[in-house]
Ligand binder design. Sequence first.
Ligand SMILES: Nc1ncnc2c1ncn2[C@@H]1O[C@H](COP(=O)(O)OP(=O)(O)OP(=O)(O)O)[C@@H](O)[C@H]1O
Length: 193
Amino acid sequence: MQASLAATDIACRRGDRLLFRGLSFALGAGEAMQVLGANGTGKTSLLRILAGLLAPYAGSVSASGLPALLDGRLPLDEHLPLGEALAFWNRIDGGAISPEVLAMHGLDTLLDVPVRYLSTGQRKRAAIVQSNARQAAIWLLDEPLNGLDIHAGERLQSAVAHYCAQGGIAMIASHQPFAVPDLQTLDLAEFAV
Ligand SMILES: Nc1ncnc2c1ncn2[C@@H]1O[C@H](COP(=O)(O)OP(=O)(O)OP(=O)(O)O)[C@@H](O)[C@H]1O
């Protein structure tokens, strides 16, 4: 089945505030979109709605393919060495992470380090590698460049471009420019209430 992700006329309410409404888009396999908007306009909330973690106040979301949300939280056991923490999920998901991928993201030398000792950028890179291994069809990336150095940021942008070239869908909430071919944009200011 080909991946797809669409939102139809969705509205988002947090607390007693309506953040945006009337938001629609449709992405097919291989497409990438950057979500723009000032602090507090609802970028994170939109990604959580698309991930199925938050119900839209109005409208609907339809997706085919497994979504993976990458935000500041790392879905790995803090007490395990990185290699074992990744292996735990690989056993559950039936995924695998090649030595080449670990080396590409600079994680090959950190496999013995407990997850809780990893730096911000190392944690983010581990989350990216783990999402990749899950073979999720839709990547929802919340400020993915935060905490990454220039080289890690470039590697991430290449990884997203590669992922889309293979048919994946990427939705990127970021204040920073993100270099992916044919990147579409969605400006939340246009849907603000
Ligand atoms: N659980 C909640 N209850 C009430 N209000 C919330 C809740 N979570 C977030 N908000 C509010 O919703 C608004 C949008 O938050 P959100 O994190 O989606 O914005 P954002 O565009 O991602 O912001 P930033 O650019 O700062 O990351 C903010 O005003 C925030 O305070």
